[in-house]
Design a binder for this molecule. Sequence first.
Ligand code: MG
Length: 284
Amino acid sequence: MKYLSLLFIILLSFSVSFAQNTQRSVPGQQAALKRMQNLYDSLSPMQKNMFLTEIKHIMDPEVTIVKPGRTDDDPPSDAIILFNGNDLNKEWQESGFGPDRKMTLKPAVTWIVKDGAIESSQGSGSLTTKRSFEDFQLHIEWKTPSVITGEGQGRGNSGILIQSIYEVQILDSYNNRTYRNGQAGAVYMQYAPLVNVSRKPGEWQSFDIIYTAPRFKNDSTFFTPPRVTVFHNGVLVQNNVEIQGPTVSPGIPQYMINAHGPGPISLQQHGNPVAFKNIWIREL
Ligand code: MG
């Protein structure tokens, strides 16, 4: 506001001087311009920058128009629909490990599609997207069983594995005490959620995840580390935290030695039944 006032004073000074001096001599006009110059020169660099910034109106290019969903949970017009309640195999495949401990990928035939949601069954592997992603905004809804079995980490355990290696934890954390950096909304073993905003078992919950992928130098060390923001049921639980490295348990996460590019998103199979629905993503 004070800069707008300053701008007003400058323009007023200029107007008065100009009005006075257009009727006067050339030396008089030059003196007015000199006073203007002196006034501008007396501004600090920050004031000059603000002065110049505030008068800029940038019109082009026009901001891209995106049609919002009917509700904030519905996908906007530029989203990729990862699961719409019907065709699981369009965007997902099932991952597991063969006898040689190498990862295997196959059609997602052991997951059950029912009532617009998906749920793992006995012997299911993790689900992995066919596409790979870098920076994104992800919406996903999940539900742990209403019939409580197990406790701690053995109750509704799953997770969103970003680029297949950085886990945002899914767990039934409603009246289920466990280590704080392993409960629902944690960046597993790295950051506890800011609050526990879990709904009761059997109720649908949501994650909205904003992820910035790491950038690497040519020598494969991090140029910038990955960062993640997470909203759990609409409440901020991770505020742009710096991921310290791929999820490991037990152990201390380390920054990657080898650089990695885009990666898929996986839904962890941890042996506990967890259902998912309404999954969409926007590439940023
Ligand atoms: Mg997990």
